[in-house]
Design a protein around this ligand. Sequence first.
Ligand SMILES: [Zn+2]
Length: 516
Amino acid sequence: MDGEPLRVIPLGGLGEVGKNMTVFELAGERIVVDAGLAFPRDEHLGVDLILPDFGYLHDRHVRAVVLTHAHEDHVGGLPYLLREVRVQEVWATRLTLGLVKSKLDEHGLLRAAELREIEPERGPLDLGPFRLEFVRMSHSVPDAVGISLEAGGWRVFHTGDWKLDHTPIDGLRTEVGRLAELGNRGIDLLLGDSTNAERPGFTQSERVVGEAFRQLIPTRRGRVLISSFASNIHRMQQAIDVAVTVGRKVAVVGRSMRKNLNIARNLGYVEVADDVIVRPVELDDIPPEQQLILCTGSQGEPLSALTRIAYNDHPAVRVERGDTVIISARPVPGNELRVHDAINRLTRRPKAVMPIHGEFRMLAAHARLAQDVGVPASSIVIAENGDVVELSRDGVRVVDRVDSGVTFVDGLGVGDVSDVALRDRRHLSEDGVLIVVATMSNGSVAAPELVARGFAESDELLSEMRAEAQGIVRDLLAQDIREIKLLQEHIHDGIGQLVYDRTRRRPMILPVVVEV
Ligand SMILES: [Zn+2]
């Protein structure tokens, strides 16, 4: 099959941060590297998760999905992918596989594909026409790998997320020697992580985070809350270590973080004595200065639980004056990636470079770095999601495009919402729209006005909704919660639930809070 064109099709992760996913295709066989999700931003009202559009893979056989590491933006879309697309095998390193298994189990998908463990030290893995080799990379989660892929006589290297951390927590360094060896064999196309490519200088080691914890935590009197991504296993370990030395008990808040910690403990990636961990409900009996709380949101996003806690809107955890909140959400803290040197070492011989993982300005910054080390501009591919990049005797170029939109998941299901506009239209045509206008003045709230369109409602339900909306705002104001966005979110959720309970319908709800 030598000389047959190899196609590289990014379905996510280009021109954005998150939902990383790349398809490799040769002679009708396919491998997918990563299946990530993105977390919604403010404008995605009512959306819980964002996935790549898997449409291109419908009715196409996928030999294997290969995962580089356990971060949600690389594995979080897998259950949804397996529901839509026939995948023969899923390959991941031990910890990644452990975390993914529990995720699939929750979705009832353990049997949807064969789950296989990557053992980088065991040499090449042949999957159909693809020969894969794995290089250990240090990253903020243990057990991350980069992937060398050979097919049809072409060699591609996909870095995954990585850095050159010479003092990683798990003792595994990026295997620079292996990278150099691959570089010597010759790489036709390098798919390189671009996150932080704009920032020059060294990546700070994950230990730096631990150092910050060690300096900060012992000086604090009240509770210490650390908010982080649920997959940030190294950070949990470091926070727990410091907690132990200063005599604090650790409570883990957030379902996905608790689950990940258990899996990591069972597999030996985190060490912690049983008596150190307490349940969130037990916090009431422990003085604040002996508490350390690790938290995330339900999907592992770092800020949502914290927002709720900060507004005293969390059932188990509160914060008071004198408590300390540490937001350790950025994947890499401090000042960042040693891209220059990394690219220098690794890509001395790549024939072409395609920056991945990042917004376009990051991809462009990465491209400039590649040019600086001698990769000709004509061999740098800045592609978009959905571009079909082909390696052939004519070089590397974009030859086609496939569908590559986004899919929103909003708790009701997937796929019935292929984009927000569509969903809005569906709501409007089927369930109507309900506008709730609440006016606040001097800390009190008048009975909200309701405007309903295409939504046949009884007067009884309307007045019930009015009372509910007023009650919601009143309760929040009583707790000193005045953030308009938060008030609107609560109205949206509360009224949505009420309408659904009474009518089994989901009109589009537009809460508007006006302060006069
Ligand atoms: Zn990552």
